[in-house]
Design a binder for this molecule. Structure first.
Ligand code: HEM
Length: 433
């Protein structure tokens, strides 16, 4: 093997500095080392648009590990094959593509309106739990329609299992050790699948497959025929939690921005005044007309991407930008620093939703907007997430002015371990006059 050109190491970097302040170290790495840098030997960070896009698109060189959160359950019938998982993905995507989401705008708007209507005014409220509850209700309904109410309590338990699993611990246990958190996860996953199985069987037996995402997964395809029952069941716990977990984190940042930028909030409220009084009558044309609100949502996601660090590996030695990445390395893709690169975004740290209106094509340019990832593992739910967040933002701003609790301390903590979040966020709503 010839000489290698390793990515630069950040002086004073390393895991200890990383665990003290991940965002600050990521910023320093990008500023001082550039496109690609090394956090520790064998752990590289892709920090700017080009290398981030390259890693996410070169899935052969930089594969993504299968979801460690909800691995296939052990059963005598065996786990779905990789091919079946690909087919399950294609079937889900029929129900999640932008046209499918557009057709269900009224339903989504009714869900987000319930959140806005129920916000207790005149007091500081810890807002992420009710946001999560609302988005879970919308997300689970989007997947399972009239079967959602029976599945929602199981979805809430899956979320809890995820929280317990990702809680920081002093030890990293090998994957095969059944820690209490993993046993809890398996119990909740089994309970969810057991609740879903009769739904799948009933729909198949009656021939009424449904127009929702589950219905799409139950329809035979000309390419692969009918999906096996286990392939349907095994891929749904992860996506069920995904419908509300990351969107709730995003909503926390958005509501905080409505509180800290009242002029932007007023502009959203003015736009939202054009929404129909009956939320069920909201159509995709109404949603498309919320241009400033969508730009605001996108701008918050640019500055605070809830999934701010994506993990890949490099099983073989390969090149990235001008550097050699050793076999066995972990590669971290960092949308957070890519989004704060002045070469891609003028005044990158400034909150300026108008930037997306000035240049509406820009999110499509490689590396410019990575909050939903990119390439073969890009977010399946981006259209649904944008619809939920835009409507939640518009309806909330139409009804209320938000503010942070008075006092020198912020009403939240920025946490970075499993995504970028406003943990404990407290806000106050006052009816908009
Ligand atoms: C603001 C909300 C959301 C954000 C910021 C977000 C972000 C992301 C990102 C960055 C990825 C790529 C991960 C990677 O490359 O490793 C991803 C993947 C994924 N997202 Fe989302 N997401 C959101 C909402 C949703 C929703 C509503 C759903 C469900 C319908 C969803 C389902 C998924 C799934 C299933 C994947 C995995 C795709 C794969 O690995 O092939 N997400 N998401």
């Amino acid at each position: 093997m010839g000489r290698t050109n390793e990515p630069p190491r950040l002086p004073g970097g390393g895991f200890a500095a990383w665990s003290r302040d991940r965002l600050a170290l990521a910023r320093r790495g990008a500023d001082e080392c550039g496109d690609v840098w090394q956090l520790e030997p064998g752990v590289c960070v892709a920090a700017t648009a080009g290398p981030c896009e390259a890693v996410l698109h070169r899935a052969q060189d930089f594969p993504k590990a299968p979801s460690p959160l909800f691995p296939p359950l052990n059963r005598s019938s065996g786990a779905p094959t990789p091919e079946e998982r690909v087919h399950a993905h294609a079937a889900r995507m029929r129900g999640l593509r932008p046209q499918a989401v557009a057709a269900r705008t009224g339903e989504i708007a009714s869900g987000t309106a319930r959140f806005a209507d129920q916000w207790p005014t005149g007091q500081d409220v810890e807002i992420l739990p009710p946001v999560r509850h609302t988005l879970a209700d919308i997300g689970v309904r989007y997947l399972f329609s009239e079967d959602a109410p029976a599945l929602l309590p199981f979805a809430a338990q899956l979320f809890l299992a995820r929280e317990v699993l990702v809680r920081p611990s002093r030890w990293v246990w090998p994957r095969w050790i059944p820690t209490p958190a993993r046993r809890f996860r398996t119990r909740q996953q089994t309970a969810f699948v057991d609740a879903l199985r009769p739904v799948v069987r009933r729909r198949r037996a009656s021939g009424r497959l449904g127009e929702d995402v589950l219905g799409q997964m139950l329809r035979p395809s000309s390419r692969y025929g009918l999906l096996a029952e286990e392939a349907v069941l095994d891929t749904l716990p992860g996506i069920t939690v995904a419908t509300f977990e990351t969107p709730s984190r995003a909503a926390g940042w958005i509501l905080l921005h409505l509180a800290t930028y009242p002029e932007a909030a007023s502009r959203v409220a003015a736009e939202a005044a054009l929404l129909p009084a009956d939320p069920a009558a909201t159509t995709s044309a109404h949603l498309d007309a919320l241009r400033y609100t969508q730009a605001l949502v996108r701008e918050v996601l640019r500055l605070y991407p809830p999934s701010w660090l994506l993990t890949r590996s490099a099983p073989r030695r390969t090149q990235l930008a001008d550097y050699t990445i050793d076999a066995g390395s972990t590669v971290l893709v960092c949308p957070y620093t890519a989004h704060r690169d002045a070469r891609e975004h003028r005044e990158p740290d400034r909150f300026r939703p108008e930037r997306w209106l000035d240049d509406p094509e820009s999110p499509e340019r490689p590396g410019v907007f990575l909050s939903f990832g990119s390439g073969p593992h890009g977010c399946e739910g981006a259209a649904l997430a944008m619809a939920m967040l835009t409507l939640l933002t518009a309806q909330t701003a139409r009804s209320y002015q938000l503010s942070e609790p008075p006092g020198p301390e912020p009403g939240y903590r920025v946490t970075t371990l499993e995504g970028l979040a406003t943990t404990g966020l407290r806000l106050r709503a006052t009816a908009r006059g």
